[in-house]
Design a protein around this ligand. Sequence first.
Ligand code: SF4
Length: 316
Amino acid sequence: MNEPKRGRGQFDGWSKSSLKSLLEGCSWQWALQRLGGLEGGSSPHSAAGTGLHAAIEWHEQCRIDGKDTPDKASLIWAAHEEGLADGANIPPNLEAFHGGADLAGQWAAELADTWWESDIRQTLLEYTPLAVEPHYEVSVFRDRPNLRGYLDWVGRDADGVATVVDYKSASNVKRWSDANYHLVEAAVYLYLVSTDEQFEDEPVRMEWHVIARDGETTILRGPTMNPDLSYFLFQRLDEAQAIMDAGSYTQNTSWGLCSPRWCNFYHGCQTSGILGPDHISFDSPAPASLPAGRGAGEVERVHPPDAAPSPAKPNV
Ligand code: SF4
């Protein structure tokens, strides 16, 4: 079921993170990464999350395979090692603000410790895992890129209801008190899973398991797949495709993550301008210029200049 993950600069389908960053974050940053192939870089926060995910994935794969689950010390060590390894991707400018790989490994270990001791691990143990990190890819509109994604966990809850669980690492649990703020994510994941024949004609619901660095945890229960959520997803896909077809990527300086602390392109985009629209055009065949070391031709055009947005034709 798993397939190789695509890299940056290789846009060939819509994913949860692609839709969220294009529609809810900064579409200029999205284009720099997904079309220009520039590295957005990591942070200790995301690398620690990678470590935690890897540790829980190992735990749950053991349950699927009928093997003994790792003990607490092994699980924490695994999280630390994965966080450390992913921390190697933290660029120096972001490391200067936040810290580097060592901090990522430390945070990953602490998150795994919190998860191990939490009620949410006990809840997960009452559930039945069917797949960890399954990859789904489906055609939603016949003439557009596919919708795809890797899901953290798919299985059945204690009542046997088909459930998607997504693990979240966070500084605190405040952002995770209202599922309405996370509908794009829920819509993408539930749509993908509902195309799986093993869940045909049964409700599939969404749940987030949040582990915070301040030691708190919470489970946020999300929606069950329904026609309104499908329609919401089609609308978001339409909006994203319209931006892409028009090449109308814009700098979103009012976004909370538009800061030298969080955006690896901040200097080029906001200070020198070398990564700004005066130097790069994503709606012309070749951008005016790119940073040293990259040729103009490396910015990939995904649609021809005269491609018009297509009418919505969902395959459902
Ligand atoms: S610096 Fe701000 S406007 Fe520029 S790409 Fe980053 S988030 Fe977007």
